[in-house]
Design a protein around this ligand. Structure first.
Ligand SMILES: O=P(O)(O)OC[C@H]1O[C@](O)(CO)[C@@H](O)[C@@H]1O
Length: 531
């Protein structure tokens, strides 16, 4: 599948950029955002070949199937309809013959009414209006609301929101110790309401609240598809916000899982966030493939990993408030496309999705960028930055941020050759063998690819666009690879073995069946005070 595209590798980015109008022909501007992929080694011929692949692999057909409610998550027999959570008024989609939009809108209206009650102080805890909200969830029931709430901090005018995910007791301990149970609302967010981390933390939170509050259940909210289980936990149905199993966990922040974000920024701004997502959906559905942002972002991703063989990609937002974006994209991309077999069960050609990682700039520049510039493996960088921040009195900070973002992509591309390094070191007084040695350390190979996404400001609408852009990128990559991007069987085995392991630690089950390494680790932990 990749042979034709592979013939087009090896171009020098600076030479490509010297071609007429490359900077415009390898960029897409739509609805207030510009995606620049001119600083990659993708040639016109490579792009044509990749676009041909997108056509033959049926991206447009699959896209229509997804938006039409077909059960494209074939291994679980489910539709994939997170797009319905943010759909415009005139959108209609049926699942098993039922128009799903009215119910989704009814739940959103209930969420909004509840959020307004909490934000206005009409909904009270035992000690008065709610000051703090603790969201207990993990994976898709945690990363989206946490990332989004951090990202949109300038728009917060509701209660403070906190997030607990890890089963490590340190997480919930450190969160709760600063809070007053009488004015705290706890959201238990779990699609299945069975996830061990979330249910363990939920029990701990309930016990914490019961020490100070007569009816702790009254300060609990549940977000789940499993309404029988939320009832069994003792949460009144009026405070349960349900959603359907055709919304994948990592795609769920648009619906009730986004409740903490709605509480923090208010229902109206949450609607702006949804509108941004819907606008990206419209672009994805209607723009030609060659000028379609999610499609081209996906083709750049495939170009770098499956064609050029770069093992990872870095997400580098130049925005401190996007500090959890890389973690969010890690789940979105790696849980979706980290699959070794195609929908038919055959090995994936060219490998599954890459490792995704990153940190906000400029912090990363003083840490791992060394390897990105001079290490021996190429790391394609996905940069993003807003034209302006939210602190007009600190505009000079923001200018520096933007300057660094642009300078990094330039430095990665240009590099520094030996002659330039020699000139530099000669100027510093070196000569002979020492000049050669010192200069070698100051050479940058260059020709390192990056893409840059720019927009005016990180407001709710833009965040919605960015998240939907990456969701559809994952979809397109998955379709071309032939992967089911919407299941996650790879997380199951560890869960099963952890269940077996716990009784071994308490001594209720024997360790003898385990391998020697595990037996020794258990023995050491026990001798070191395992509790
Ligand atoms: O919302 P739940 O059912 O608690 O699941 C949390 C997360 O766990 C996973 O199933 C992985 O273990 C994710 O896909 C999901 O987002």
């Amino acid at each position: 599948m990749w042979d034709e595209v592979k013939q087009h590798t090896g171009a020098k980015i600076v030479e490509l950029l010297a071609e007429p109008d490359r900077a415009n022909r390898f960029a897409i501007e739509a609805d207030g955002m510009r995606f620049d992929y001119a600083k990659t080694s993708m040639t016109d011929a490579a792009r044509d070949a990749l676009l041909a692949l997108a056509e033959t692999q049926g991206v447009a057909k699959k896209r229509a199937e997804m938006f039409g409610g077909a059960a494209i998550n074939e291994t679980e027999g489910r539709s994939v309809l997170h797009i319905a959570l943010r759909a415009p008024e005139d959108f209609v989609v049926h699942v098993d013959g039922v128009d799903v939009l009215p119910e989704l809108r009814a739940v959103r209206a209930r969420m909004a009414a509840f959020a307004e009650e909490v934000r206005s102080g009409r909904f009270t805890g035992a000690g008065g209006p709610i000051t703090d909200v603790v969201n207990i969830g993990i994976g898709g029931s945690h990363l989206g609301p946490e990332m989004g709430t951090l990202a949109l901090a300038p728009y917060h005018d509701g209660p403070r929101c906190h997030f607990v995910s890890n089963v490590d007791g340190a997480d919930i301990h450190d969160c709760l110790q600063a809070l007053d149970p009488k004015t705290t609302l706890v959201i238990i967010a779990s699609k299945t309401f069975t996830t061990i981390e979330t249910m363990t933390n939920a029990e701990t939170a309930r016990a914490w609240m019961a020490q100070a509050v007569e009816n702790p259940g009254a300060q609990f909210v549940a977000v789940s598809t499993a309404e029988d289980k939320t009832a069994a936990f003792g949460i009144d149905p009026s405070r349960v916000f349900g959603f359907e199993d055709w919304v994948g966990g990592r795609y769920s922040m648009w619906g009730p899982i986004g409740l903490p974000l709605m509480l923090a920024i208010g229902p109206e701004r949450f609607e702006d966030f949804l509108a941004g997502g819907a606008a990206m959906d419209a672009h994805f559905c209607h723009a030609d493939l060659a000028v379609n942002m999610p499609v081209m972002l996906a083709l750049v991703g495939l170009w770098h990993h499956q064609v050029c063989g770069y093992p990872t990609r870095a997400v580098l937002p130049y925005d401190q408030r996007l500090s959890r974006l890389a973690a969010y994209f890690q789940q979105l991309e790696m849980e979706s496309n980290g699959k070794g077999v195609t929908m038919e069960g055959a090995p994936v050609e060219g490998g599954s999705g890459p490792v995704v990682w990153g940190e906000p700039g400029t912090n990363g520049q003083h840490a791992f960028y060394q390897l990105i510039h001079q290490g021996t493996q190429v790391v394609p960088c996905e940069l993003m930055v807003a034209a302006r921040g939210h602190e007009p009195n600190l505009a000079h900070h923001h200018r520096l941020l933007v300057a660094n973002c642009l300078a990094q992509s330039e430095a990665l591309m240009l590099g520094r050759d030996m002659d330039t390094a020699r000139a530099l070191m000669r100027g510093a007084g070196f000569e002979g063998a020492e000049l050669e040695r010192q200069s070698a350390h100051r050479v940058f190979p260059g020709n390192r690819p990056s893409t840059t996404l720019v927009y005016d400001q990180l407001k709710p609408y833009r965040l919605g666009q960015i998240i939907a852009l990456y969701e559809h990128r994952v979809f397109v990559e998955g379709v071309i690879l032939g992967i089911n991007s919407y299941d996650q069987w790879g997380v199951e085995l560890g869960k099963v073995l952890a269940k077996e392991m716990e009784p071994i630690l308490t001594g209720e089950a024997a360790v003898d069946d385990k391998d020697g390494s595990t037996r020794n680790l258990v023995a050491f932990l026990k001798s070191a005070g395992l509790n």
